[in-house]
Design a protein around this ligand. Structure first.
Ligand code: HAM
Length: 427
């Protein structure tokens, strides 16, 4: 039997990979415009990073991590997300001392979660994310959200909506926590074993439970928004005002709690509401994590960010029927007729490539007609033919495949003449 690809992973083949490059380049360009700089962190980290950073009571840490011991007996984990590694790096490289503040970073790379695979949910997926560290200005919350929205907008998506909530500061969260315990405790026996543990450890996680989400007590659970203290309320209002200033519509959802422990104040998700989009509609998630840097051993530093997966973005593009302007380009296919013309043809091919053209030739010993067919198959814009006669005359015969126009170009100075012909071909 042949070896299969692991469940929840996928190969991205030529034809598809161009879309990935296009999306990633678009997102990078937008990040650069917003003055975010790229950071690359390792694919694996010490397991404790995520236990501390993402939170011991989260599904990610409890059930979904790819954790293994290396040969030295150290516990390592394939990164399930990018925020904790960025914060580790921020502290390790003392970026809090950087001349340019806040520190604005973006990343793009594979993440790993042992989840039940389904449409839009993979075990290896690619997150594009940003983190802004060092500012507690509500305007930067709006900036981060605007950046995420811009990525979707520039790629042509229309049916996306922003859902936002505030989890308040520590004090607000503590008061809300007590209220949640009072609410769920009398009936906790009706909930799953996980929720029963969550009641004391982290009752907010109950609201995020995938098994019990239809329990009637979920709908009547105390809303965090009723427990925000004045400072938290004022902060949230300012974020909403800035979103208004930028003309970004939003929907407030007091039930939005997110699946990671580090959030305070602003948290948000961007969902697709395209018709026919699968059951998992969240395209992007993020929020503020003011205590995280300190918790991980750095100086008190506020932070906010988001991550979106390219897989779900592609699914959203599909659902909206959006074709990205990508394709494979062949500027010239070089056809050699006869054995003795091959060196000259090969030389011409390399000259074309060195001059920046995308070009190819036959490597299967095909006859002339079949070489032309091969040129057609790769949709070559031009075909350059060198036969014995051309070789003797020091020329190549070049055909514009769209117009049928044919011209003899000298091998000496071919590139200049070809550029000319190609330019005219485009006009
Ligand atoms: P998250 O909500 O766990 O947040 O993931 C963010 C995004 O990653 C999701 O909205 C979704 O697009 C994508 N995603 C998550 N799991 C999968 C999966 N199994 N398959 C495909 N896509 C998936 C975080 O990871 C936070 N680090 C975001 C953040 C950055 N918060 C602040 N800064």
């Amino acid at each position: 039997m042949t070896v299969q690809i692991p469940r929840g992973t996928q190969d991205i083949l030529p034809g598809e990979v161009e879309k990935w490059n296009y999306i990633e380049n678009t997102a990078k360009k937008i990040c650069e415009n917003y003055q975010y700089r790229e950071i690359r962190t390792p694919i694996f980290e010490y397991t404790e990073l995520f236990q501390k950073g993402v939170g011991d009571t989260t599904d990610i840490v409890q059930k979904e991590m790819y954790t293994f011991d290396d040969r030295g007996g150290r516990s390592l984990t394939l990164r399930p997300e990018g925020t904790a590694p960025v914060v580790r790096s921020f502290i390790g490289h003392k970026m809090f001392g950087n001349a340019v503040q806040p520190v604005k970073l973006y990343y793009n790379g594979p993440m790993f979660r042992y989840e039940r695979p389904q449409a839009g949910r993979f075990r290896q997926f690619v997150q594009f994310g940003v983190e802004a560290l060092g500012s507690e200005d509500p305007a930067i919350d709006a900036e981060v959200i605007a950046l995420a929205m811009d990525i979707y907008k520039q790629l042509g998506l229309k049916n996306v909506k922003l859902v936002i909530n505030s989890l308040g500061d520590k004090e607000s969260r503590l008061r809300h926590r007590e209220a949640l315990i009072d609410h769920f405790k009398p009936h906790i026996g009706e909930f799953c074993a996980d929720c029963q543990k969550r009641l004391e450890q982290n009752p907010l996680r109950i609201l995020d439970c995938k098994k019990d989400h239809d329990h009637p007590l979920m709908k009547t659970a105390p809303s965090i928004l009723d427990y925000l203290n004045d400072a938290s309320k004022a902060y949230f209002d300012k974020v909403l005002q800035f979103l208004g200033t930028l003309g970004i519509p939003y929907e407030i959802d007091p039930g939005l709690v997110r699946g990671l422990d580090y959030y305070v104040h602003t948290c948000f998700e961007i969902m697709s509401n395209a018709e026919g989009f699968g059951a998992i509609t969240t395209l992007c998630g993020g929020g503020r994590y003011n205590g995280l840097v300190e918790e991980m051993g750095g100086p008190e530093t506020p932070g906010i960010g988001f991550a979106l997966s390219i897989e779900r973005l592609l699914a959203a593009l599909d659902a909206e029927g959006i074709e990205l302007p990508v394709g494979h380009r062949t500027d010239c296919y070089v056809v050699a007729i006869g054995e003795e013309t091959k060196p000259a043809a090969f030389k011409l091919l390399q000259a074309l490539r060195s001059a920046g053209f995308s070009a190819d030739q036959d490597y299967l010993g095909r006859k002339v007609k079949a070489q032309f067919k091969a040129a057609d198959r790769v949709k070559a814009a031009f075909v350059a033919v060198i036969g014995e006669e051309e070789l003797r005359a020091g020329k190549a015969s070049v055909r514009n495949m769209a117009t049928g126009e044919q011209k003899e170009l000298p091998l000496e100075g071919f590139i200049t003449a070809f550029k000319d012909m190609a330019n005219r071909g485009e006009a």
